[in-house]
Design a protein around this ligand. Structure first.
Ligand SMILES: CC(C)(COP(=O)(O)OP(=O)(O)OC[C@H]1O[C@@H](n2cnc3c(N)ncnc32)[C@H](O)[C@@H]1OP(=O)(O)O)[C@@H](O)C(=O)NCCC(=O)NCCS
Length: 335
């Protein structure tokens, strides 16, 4: 998708290869019974993946769900033209951080393409409605939904644990944006797969955290590795690089070169670049935090710091606080 926002035109009629057609359109208030049938047809496993419980949606819940989608978000359904049966639904409801919390449901007999298709339409609708990101908790065992989110280049939120992955992706551009309604300082974590075991510590310490799967794990090319500024990194209050030794160095250098005013914390992996290596500004000091190795740059450049992998949570947070508050006179501009 380009950054041009095109409002989807409904209804869309899709002719099916075996004959018949599907109508794709926004949900209507009188769709409650058909939507109940769609949910009722899900297996126990699918219902748990959709609702996180074995919950069976009641008439009252579905009526309220449709109202919320219509008033505070959007819901796009796929209807079999010949029967009126609903065989898919993609929906989001606006959250206080300005992002849409999305869900996706496709009847088992219609899987194989309809899920990603409906999500694409929902993303266009969200973009047209001015919603910058869609996000959701996905059960880690839910491989097909994980694959769909991965293919959209989703960033990973800190709420993720071993059973749940919190995914966030952009609507105008595929790359997620920082949530507009979230005032916390922003930390971008570069880590293979996007999930870092220490991200919950950062969130508990008051940071908005997004994990980027890193170059090579993304379905979109990494802009920084392509020599272009990364919108997520450029507007972060700090970047944490938590990559294995060897793979961290190029990315660390790229961030230092492209986003010199964003503090950089390298955890384990490679060495923090000195100003010399990355920007031509040579400095090194230990002001950033305790015994951390800090190369805090001079005039105009933010600090760079290195921590060992086993660093305690409090040490990590203390280091980050000092980095984001600015050392050596580098003052972060408040938002
Ligand atoms: C999740 C769901 C909407 C996906 O819709 P779908 O039409 O089945 O989507 P697809 O069959 O095209 O599968 C999507 C991707 O997952 C991949 N996939 C499917 N099963 C997989 C598995 N077991 N392991 C890894 N990937 C898998 C597919 O290959 C496809 O990726 P590709 O296009 O790159 O090949 C559908 O399975 C569903 O309704 N599940 C129950 C409710 C649910 O889990 N909702 C999501 C939580 S909100």
């Amino acid at each position: 998708m380009t950054s041009e926002t095109v409002e989807p035109e409904f209804p869309v009629t899709l002719s099916l290869p075996g004959g018949g057609s599907l109508i794709v359109r926004p949900v209507r208030a009188d769709d409650a019974d058909a939507l109940i049938m769609l949910y009722a047809g899900l297996s126990d496993t699918d219902r748990r993946r959709r609702f996180f419980t074995q919950y069976r949606a009641t008439q009252g819940w579905v009526v309220d769900w449709i109202r919320r989608c219509r008033e505070q978000g959007a819901s796009i359904v796929a209807e079999v033209a010949e029967t009126g049966e609903l065989v898919g639904e993609a929906a989001y409801v606006l959250q206080s951080n300005g992002n849409g919390d999305f869900s996706l449901t496709v009847d088992a007999a219609w899987r194989g393409w309809l899920g990603p298709y409906l999500l694409d339409v929902l993303v266009e609708q969200a973009a047209a409605n001015g919603v910058p990101n869609l996000e959701a908790d996905i059960l880690t065992e839910n491989r097909s939904m994980q694959a769909i989110a991965r293919r959209r280049g989703a960033a990973i939120g800190p709420e993720s644990d071993h059973t749940v992955t919190h995914v966030v992706f952009g609507t105008r551009e595929r790359m997620a944006r920082w949530a507009e309604g979230d005032d916390r300082p922003r930390v971008l974590v570069e880590v293979p797969g996007g999930r870092w075991g220490r991200s919950p510590d950062l969130a508990a310490g008051g940071y908005e955290v997004l994990g980027c799967p890193g170059p090579g794990r993304r379905h979109e090319p990494c802009p920084a590795m392509g020599g272009e500024p990364c919108p997520l990194a450029a507007t972060a209050d700090a970047i944490v690089v938590a990559m294995p030794p060897g793979s961290a160095d190029d990315l660390t250098m790229a961030h230092r070169r492209l986003h010199p005013d964003v503090p950089l914390l390298v955890v384990g992996g490679g060495a923090a670049p000195t100003g010399d290596e990355a920007t031509g500004d040579a400095t090194a000091g230990d002001e950033a935090a305790g015994d951390a190795t800090a190369g805090d740059a001079t005039a105009g450049d933010a600090a760079v710091c290195h921590l060992e992998t086993g660093t305690t949570s409090s040490e990590l947070l203390a280091t980050l606080a000092r980095l984001t508050q600015g050392v050596s006179g580098v003052v972060r501009t408040p938002r």
